[in-house]
Design a protein around this ligand. Structure first.
Ligand code: ZN
Length: 433
């Protein structure tokens, strides 16, 4: 990706397209397996040529086993008059994900053992899962919970838990080299927007736009169920993962909060330096977090036996916004302008990774004569040097094979693009390679 291609991509507004895709994906009931994931991937495939893979139940992936496939068509709690007081068809968050099927009449006291609400957020429906323990439950708003009368209820969960498969999607864009940049997102949360549809729509649009140009790096985009999906992908692809040089986990990218970069475990890798540079240079607030071994899929990518340089560029991190894992993380909470801002930061990060090279000065003994090459002003002595001229001096002096453009940018305070432009000019004049 050269500077002109970057500017073209950067000028194109994709916020509303991302938001529109989010509106389409929002109603789907997703989990770590099942038709919700397939439907989601089919929707994404309308934008990019996604490869969809299925891994059968019981497949061993490192220390984990692919679970049974879960599907659900309906679920409700009906009062003694037959009115649905909790209805899966109104919100798929009402059901604890992976709930086993049930059809039973029971007292309120019995039912309450399977009800979950948040007293502090009385209008919100919580999001809960029970992937690895066979159980069932309903999530309801606390107000709804308080309104339940002491009577007999009919409880129905029309779900299936059977041998099937885990589904994931992958999109690969070959570059000039086989070294890869990875962007990974997860596709297992039901109707919630910031965590995690924002990551899904951003990854989709980034993949769509970047596949239109030729990049130096090959680009790999993963759409996997969180944890088990990425563990499975890593287990299956272990022999090729050394090609991944830099990666980002995309999540929580559409809320009004400021940007956050969570470092890789290594902490000072090129992706860390790049993402931090991008946030530093966007004039808005941001925070940098050191790696910690909880959170999202970066903890698999940065586990000791995998050890990839994968960080996470997000806005307000998971768990740190009140709407997190509730029905309040909805289409009102996430807005196109914030998605657009996050997208722009991803694009800048990839652009810099694409162009952050170490150059070698081909005329390293003292300064080369710039004037005779029209690289310096004809009249000397002016007090202020233009940035573009300063950039030429910085590039020449620090192109010793040790410093990449990011290093030189940090030392000089000059923008990456200006230094890159200087490097291109010097290359044309055979002063750098
Ligand atoms: Zn989550």
């Amino acid at each position: 990706m050269n500077l002109d291609q970057f500017k073209d991509l950067h000028d194109k507004s994709v916020g509303s397209e991302m938001y529109c895709l989010m509106e389409n994906l929002y109603p789907i009931c997703r989990s770590i397996t099942g038709n919700g994931v397939r439907q989601t991937l089919t929707e994404i495939k309308k934008h990019i040529d996604l490869q969809i893979h299925e891994i059968p139940t019981n497949t061993q992936v490192f220390d984990w086993t692919i679970p049974k496939e879960w599907n659900i068509t309906d679920a409700y709690i009906a009062d003694s008059k037959g009115n649905r007081v909790v209805d899966f068809k109104k919100s798929n968050l009402h059901i604890v994900s992976y709930s086993i099927p049930i059809r039973q009449k029971m007292s309120l006291a019995e039912l309450k053992k399977h009800l979950h609400s948040i007293p502090d957020l009385p209008n919100a429906i919580p999001y809960l899962t029970s992937y690895y323990k066979e159980d069932w439950g309903f999530c309801i708003s606390h107000n709804n919970f308080l309104n339940l009368k002491d009577e007999e209820y009919e409880v129905v969960i029309d779900s299936t838990l059977t041998d099937g498969s885990l589904t994931y999607g992958e999109f690969f864009v070959p570059g000039f080299t086989s070294d890869e940049i990875l962007v990974s997102c997860y596709v297992c949360h039901p109707s919630m927007c910031n965590d995690n549809l924002s990551g899904v729509v951003l990854t989709t649009m980034l993949a769509k736009e970047l596949s239109k140009i030729k990049t130096n790096y090959s680009l790999r985009f993963l759409f996997v169920p969180e944890t088990i999906g990425v563990i499975a992908w890593l287990a299956i692809n272990e022999k090729n993962i050394s090609k991944i040089k830099h990666g980002l986990v995309a999540t929580c990218l559409g809320d009004p909060g400021s940007s956050t970069y969570k470092r890789t475990k290594q902490g000072k890798s090129e992706i860390d330096r790049t993402a931090e540079y991008v946030l530093k240079n966007t004039k808005s607030d941001y925070q940098i977090l050191d790696f910690f071994p909880t959170g999202s899929d970066e903890r698999q990518f940065c586990s000791p036996g995998i050890n990839l340089n994968v960080g996470s560029l997000m806005r307000t991190p998971y768990g740190k916004f009140t709407e997190y894992h509730t029905s309040d993380d909805n289409l009102d909470f996430v807005q196109p302008e914030f998605l657009e801002d996050s997208y722009s930061k991803y694009l800048q990060t990839i652009f810099i990774l694409e162009n952050n090279k170490k150059y070698l000065n081909l005329s390293p003994k003292c300064e080369p004569h710039l004037g005779k090459r029209n690289l310096y002003r004809p009249i000397g002595g002016q007090k202020v040097s233009k940035e573009s001229e300063l950039a030429i001096f910085w590039m020449l002096n620090f192109s010793d094979g040790l410093h990449d453009i990011l290093d030189i940018s940090e030392k000089s305070g000059l923008k990456f693009e200006i230094l890159l432009d200087a490097a291109e000019k010097l290359k044309k004049n055979n002063l750098l390679k």
